[in-house]
Each structure stands twice: as C-alpha cells, then as structure tokens.
Design a protein around this ligand. Structure first.
Ligand SMILES: O=C(O)c1cc(-c2cccc(F)c2)nc2ccccc12
Ligand SMILES: [Mg+2]
Length: 273
C-alpha cells in the first residue's frame, strides 16, 4: 500500500456518506474512496479550531505516529490532506462504533468479554511500546469496535515517541541515576496503569477512583485508593490483575503483560463463573 502513502489525496477522491460522530474539532463521516470503493472514516477538522486550541503540533504528531503503526487492534490512519479551511484524516472505519457506548448500554462486561478486550489492548500496547510509542490517553472514549467485534485503539492525539531522549540528550546513560534511566519504562507504564483502570471499569462499570469532585479523584489516585465493590461479583484473578497493574511495580506490570500474550493470566479470568 506504499502508493497510498505517497498519493496526494483530495476531497474529490471520496463519496461522503452519513456522519459517524462529532469530535471537538469537527465531524467524522463515513466515506468511500472512489477508485478502490474502500470504505473509510473521514475525520474533518477545522483549521481555525485547531489554531484556537493550539493543537496543530499535536495533530501532526498524532498523524505521524498513527500512520506508521500496523496492528489489528490499532485503528489505521491511511493518510491525510487539507484545503483552505480544513484538515482531513483518512481513518479505518470501525463498523461497531464506540466502546464507551457499548459499556453504557451493558452497564459492565462479562469477565470473558473484559479479558478479551484487555488481552487485545495489552498486545497493542506491547506493540506500541516496542516502537517507543506510548498512547497516554487510553480510555473507553478512545476505543472503537471493528466489524468482527475486535477492539481498536484510536485517537493518538496524546501519544508521544519516547525514543531514548536520555541517550540523545546527554550522550551516554552511564552517569544517569536510576529514576532517569527507569523513566523511559516509567513513561511506557502510564499505559499499563490505564489498562488496569480500564479493566476495572469494564468489570464494574465505573472507573476505580471516581469521585464527585476532581480534587477527591486526584487524591484517590495519588493514594492509590483502590477498592473493589461487592457487586458485581468479580473473580480474584481479575482483581489480582487489576491491582498488579495499578499497584504493582511498573516493570512487574509490564512483565505481567508479556504473559498475557499466551493468555496465561486471562484464562484464569475467563474461567466460567
Ligand atoms: O495549512 C497548513 O499547512 C496546515 C496543515 C496542517 C497539517 C499538516 C499535516 C498533517 C496534519 F495532520 C495537519 N494542520 C494545520 C492546522 C491548522 C492550520 C493550518 C494547518
Ligand atoms: Mg479522543
């Protein structure tokens, strides 16, 4: 598909269909690329809004990062183009829509469904971290569902490429203290923390540190005030995975996810209740 990358797209290349949703900077439309009949989602962003919110650099970084990622659980960004007033992102179309709407509808997910989503997310994050990319905004609103029910991470607006700044910044790592060297892992594990938070929200229908006031949520997070409700009933293996991802040492929680790959831990989570 290298041709698609070099091609300069224009609006005339697409038939525009129904609106799929609206974001802060514009709307997303179903669209069909005329030559290939390929169905895509066309995200239309207004330059004026992007300038007002000073997110132009963030958008360019999002496009740069997401266009180079190839993984079944990461929403593809095929390309972009822009005209006088708007920037257009050509995105993979996720036929079953937004995961947060599905979670609102079912209140919370079964362990099997939660484990399937967490395993896909973990694989996608291991892939991203392997490329020194961290997402930093893993939440239900940024997750979509493909036609076969598979989860897709979208919206890399907050992602960063952590290519070892430490070495480039100061030549050698030799004289850096542990917290400086460790911080590259530390950065990557913000996604691991969010995975634990997400797993909790999949199983209980609410995020673990929710509170009326922001200040209370903030305090609960920094105190890692993790409590499991009595209802719905959740297996101890699931609680174990959540607390290890949230409490565990960062390196340890990354180790866990490597096991997730053969589903060792998740099989115990998905044992029929
Ligand atoms: O008029 C431009 O050159 C322009 C280009 C881009 C842009 C260029 C590549 C990738 C991408 F995602 C966005 N974003 C903008 C945002 C606000 C105002 C102008 C621009
Ligand atoms: Mg978003």
């Amino acid at each position: 598909v290298s041709g698609a990358e070099k091609k300069r797209w224009t609006l005339n290349d697409f038939d525009i269909g129904k609106p799929l949703g609206r974001g802060k900077f514009g709307h997303v439309y179903l669209a069909r690329e005329k030559r290939s009949n390929h169905i895509v989602a066309l995200k239309v962003l207004f330059k004026s809004q992007l300038q007002q919110s000073q997110v132009e650099h963030q958008l360019r970084r999002e496009v740069e990062i997401q266009s180079h990622l190839r993984h079944p659980n990461i929403l593809r960004l095929y390309g972009y183009f822009y005209d006088q007033k708007r920037v257009y992102l050509i995105l993979e179309y996720a036929a079953k829509g937004e995961l947060y709407k599905e979670l609102q509808k079912c209140k919370y997910f079964s362990e099997r469904r939660a484990a399937t989503y967490v395993a896909s997310l973990a694989r996608a994050l291991i892939y991203c971290h392997g490329k020194h990319v961290i997402h930093r905004d893993i939440k239900p609103e940024n997750l979509l569902i493909g036609a076969q029910g598979e989860l897709k991470i979208a919206d890399f607006g907050w992602s960063v490429h952590t290519f070892n700044r430490r070495r480039t910044m100061c030549g050698t790592l030799d004289y850096l203290p542990p917290e400086m060297v460790e911080s590259v892992e530390h950065d990557a594990s913000v996604d691991i923390w969010s995975l634990g938070v997400l797993c909790y929200e999949f199983l209980y229908g609410v995020p673990p540190f929710e509170a009326k006031e922001h200040s209370d949520t903030y305090r609960r997070i920094v105190q890692v005030d993790l409590k499991f409700p009595l209802k719905p009933i959740v297996s101890s293996a699931a609680k174990d995975l959540i607390s290890q991802s949230i409490n565990g040492s960062h390196q340890f929680s990354i180790e866990i996810l490597k096991y997730v790959d053969n589903d060792i831990r998740l099989k115990s989570m998905t044992k029929p209740m």
